[in-house]
Design a protein around this ligand. Structure first.
Ligand code: A2P
Length: 264
């Protein structure tokens, strides 16, 4: 149990862990209580830490729960010598997690121009901001079709995304919209699975479009969000740009946006 052995720094929220679920030896999710005054836009991230040092280490975590949820959910990697995750992976219910007060980020609906289809490209824990967006009704109001792409090394790593889709489709608020408008496209790179290969390969070969019976991405109809490692972002960006899409930001909405997934 991680007890607050040091004073909670000023200017941060201290919240209680309400649930923890381990998926693999590399991945787990946890939920914390939500401060009453905390507001965020679905898809944003916040700085998270533990009260285990006088000057605690904070890392950026995408909020995986939607903006209407009473708790906050996070999906994390576990790194044995990761400055934060070596400790964070050991948290239990009722432990304290500290959180800076302001959320931010570019993977938000406002940073994209209106379009017909929204593609959400993720690898590993990069699915977290999209877990928030696919449970937000605004996403389905803005886009006719939402394609959540998730690529992992192995099939057990897809589980979080699979649970998420089941949950979204059964949800009283977005269930009907998710059932009609959401497509889940998964692939695996180091294991046997129906669809194999990196998202970059599936886009370049056109396999994703033939599998889903959708036209190739074009700037007049399609919008994209990318969340993964630096390399994944770099390579996926290049492909989206070859399809004619251009990068947007909060103050300059365009046809795709990116954010780096948390790494250690
Ligand atoms: P691969 O197994 O070929 O490295 P990680 O868990 O290391 O973050 O990787 C998650 C997924 O992202 C893996 O399936 C990995 O494929 C894939 N990946 C890694 N680098 C890239 C890249 N540059 N472009 C697209 N996908 C990538």
């Amino acid at each position: 149990m991680i007890k607050p052995v040091f004073e909670i720094p000023t200017g941060v929220f201290d919240e209680k862990v309400t649930a923890v679920k381990h998926y693999t030896d590399r991945l787990f999710k946890f939920r914390i209580s939500r401060p009453k005054s905390f507001r965020f836009r679905s898809g944003e991230f916040v700085m998270i830490g533990l009260p285990n040092a006088e000057k605690p280490i904070f890392r950026a975590y995408s909020i995986a729960s939607p903006s209407w949820d009473e708790e906050l959910e996070f999906y994390s990697i576990k790194v044995d010598d990761g400055p934060l995750t070596q400790h964070l992976q050991k948290i239990n219910i009722n432990d304290t997690v500290i959180m800076r007060r302001k959320s931010t980020g570019t993977l938000v609906n406002d940073a994209l121009l209106p379009g017909k289809r929204l593609y959400l490209f993720s690898t590993g824990t990069g699915i977290a901001p999209f877990a928030s967006l696919i449970r937000d009704p605004e996403t389905y109001e803005k886009f006719e079709t939402v394609v959540l792409c998730h690529t992992c090394r192995s099939t057990p790593e897809l589980r979080y995304g699979q649970d998420l889709i089941d949950f979204a489709k059964g949800d009283p608020l977005v269930g009907e919209m998710a059932s009609n408008q959401l497509i889940h496209y998964q692939s695996v790179t180091r294991d046997e699975f129906d669809v194999r290969g990196r998202i970059t390969e599936l886009l370049e070969s056109g396999k994703i479009f033939s599998d889903l019976n959708l036209p190739k991405i074009c700037k007049s109809q399609d919008r994209g969000m990318i969340c993964g490692s630096m390399e994944m972002i770099r390579d996926t960006k290049k492909i989206l740009e070859s399809f004619g899409l251009s990068e947007g930001a909060n103050n300059n909405p365009a046809t795709y946006v990116v954010e780096r997934a948390f790494v250690d």
